[in-house]
Design a binder for this molecule. Sequence first.
Ligand SMILES: Cc1cc2nc3c(=O)[nH]c(=O)nc-3n(C[C@H](O)[C@H](O)[C@H](O)COP(=O)(O)OP(=O)(O)OC[C@H]3O[C@@H](n4cnc5c(N)ncnc54)[C@H](O)[C@@H]3O)c2cc1C
Length: 645
Amino acid sequence: MSTDFYRDGEPVADAKAPAGPISERWEKRRFSGRLVNPANRRKLRVIVVGTGLAGASAAATLGELGYRVANYCFQDSSRRAHSIAAQGGINAAKNYRNDGDSVHRLFYDTVKGGDFRSRESNVHRLAEVSTEIIDQCVAQGVPFAREYGGLLDNRSFGGAQVSRTFYARGQTGQQLLLGAYQALQRQVAAGTVDLHTRHEMLELVIVDGKARGIVVRDLVTGEIATELADAVVLATGGYGNVYFLSTNAMGCNVTAGWRAHRKGAYFANPCYTQIHPTCIPQSGEHQSKLTLMSESLRNDGRVWVPKKKGDDRHPADIPEDERDYYLERRYPAFGNLVPRDIASRAAKVVCDEGHGVGPGGLGVYLDFAAAIERLGRKAVEAKYGNLFDMYERITGENPYERPMRIYPAVHYTMGGLWVDYDLSSNIPGLFVTGEANFSDHGANRLGASALMQGLSDGYFVLPNTISDYLADGPYEKVEETHEDVVAARKAVDDRIAFFLNNDGDRTVDSFHRELGKIMWEYCGMERTDEGLRKAIGLIRSLKDEFWRRVKVTGKNEQLNQELEKAGRVADFLELGELMCIDALHRTESCGGHFRAESQTEDGEAKRDDDNFSYVAAWEFGEDGPVLHKEALEFEYVKPTQRSYK
Ligand SMILES: Cc1cc2nc3c(=O)[nH]c(=O)nc-3n(C[C@H](O)[C@H](O)[C@H](O)COP(=O)(O)OP(=O)(O)OC[C@H]3O[C@@H](n4cnc5c(N)ncnc54)[C@H](O)[C@@H]3O)c2cc1C
């Protein structure tokens, strides 16, 4: 089928995952992939863009292996990558609790949690590697919480009935990132990794069909430079900020991935967005950032709304029998720990029906009274103290005394650049890891599995797969004067010159805010054919207006955040349109992608496996996107209607 918005292309396939029993595939691939001998590794250069968990772990490991690594990030310290914000934990199938966990169960939960829209081979590998990650991080000294007997402690996250989430209070991302940072700095000191902070990749260099380098801007001096290598790894994070308001760090953006997409890399499942159920509700129009309250809180917090519509009594004055613990009522088996997509939609439903609490009725309660009574305040404080403090600082309300108010917000993007089992994009030499790729999570990511995937990719998968590509290197040296390098640099210079010389009258932020509103309204928690068509029209005219009216102050040769944002918002505008086209073409509901036209009688997402059991890999085309389908096969977890009842 082709429509006025896109056309169909040839199917795409993942040619790298071996056949055979699923538990042997990763071992087989590792054995069949070619190695590079230690002496030759020193002759091979790899660029890693990103110093979050995915990037720092990859750069450190490749450095340790002896490759020559150039590592980039736009923050002032690699330690400030967005991964530092991760709160709740990281999954691993260790079965320390003896509660029935196993590699197979983690694999099963993740395939089901992703609503049968991920690859079985990838997910199984992730579950296998999960146990090695914990060992690696413990060896690095990451201070995971421990229980009385000295074993690492666990808690439960959504979509699982076992306790497999390892954590370091509410700062798991920070502690894991410090571990990866130490490993990275060791390589910096050893001279195998050149670390470049405050540099932004603005273009990918492709020579003879292979990824051979990047163009970067020094964010302090404005200097434009190129870095050339044998392979490029993008570990550049997610693109949730296309919605303007999200729980992501303000700097998160899609530019690295989008520049690669414009040069031929397929972008897969862009519309799969995770909307997290437990965020602090937006307090007003002035706001530019939303705050997550970790999913770990749903271990002990109970979610409820008043049964009576518009009930504005103090929550303590609402008696038990006038409260609707709607998750426990609708999903007795998983209760408050249903996966995020389900919990978010359920919150939307009760708020749409008029039961919401707080300003505008856009909130539900997350109540710790029962946990405090059961465990005592001290125990609750020990587990969640920093999260409670953060909540109080932002809202002025004390969650020990009054339930938290929470509401869903954009949090994570399951879509990203298409990669095969080796984490290679369709451009030879371009690899993509962490949140920046699309793999593993299908249409809904389970909590605590992003950190697992980022570290799995960086510490274990990529270092083993990239060698198969590098075994053919070193590739022919590319000079700075090569016409493709010169052209990539010129494209960057021209874009910067355009922004600085376009004497418009609208700020970059005003465009971003408007785009975000369109995306949230029409491509957010609920999507319809009519709404998505409208959104595509609105984004197209906003894009036209952007190029006519955008105003960027200052100059290139200085720290110029308006200029940085202009490039990022230009890319978000194009991405937003593709997300809506992807959401429009997928007329089924699955995971976080809820099409109002496709729901069961009791309002759950209704998949259409006959027509949509595929990854949508989009190619950039000047006259509109081209859709390449990768068929998904399920040999081990047969697709069923997901049930958490
Ligand atoms: C508030 C919050 C809490 C979370 N809690 C959890 C949790 O408890 N458990 C869990 O599993 N997941 C959690 N997540 C999700 C998880 O944190 C992220 O998915 C994960 O950290 C992403 O890691 P990454 O390395 O792929 O990307 P990031 O950490 O986002 O790193 C991206 C890197 O790329 C660099 N970069 C990007 N673009 C460019 C460019 N153009 N040029 C140069 N450098 C560039 C950045 O500077 C940065 O170094 C949470 C997310 C949020 C928002």
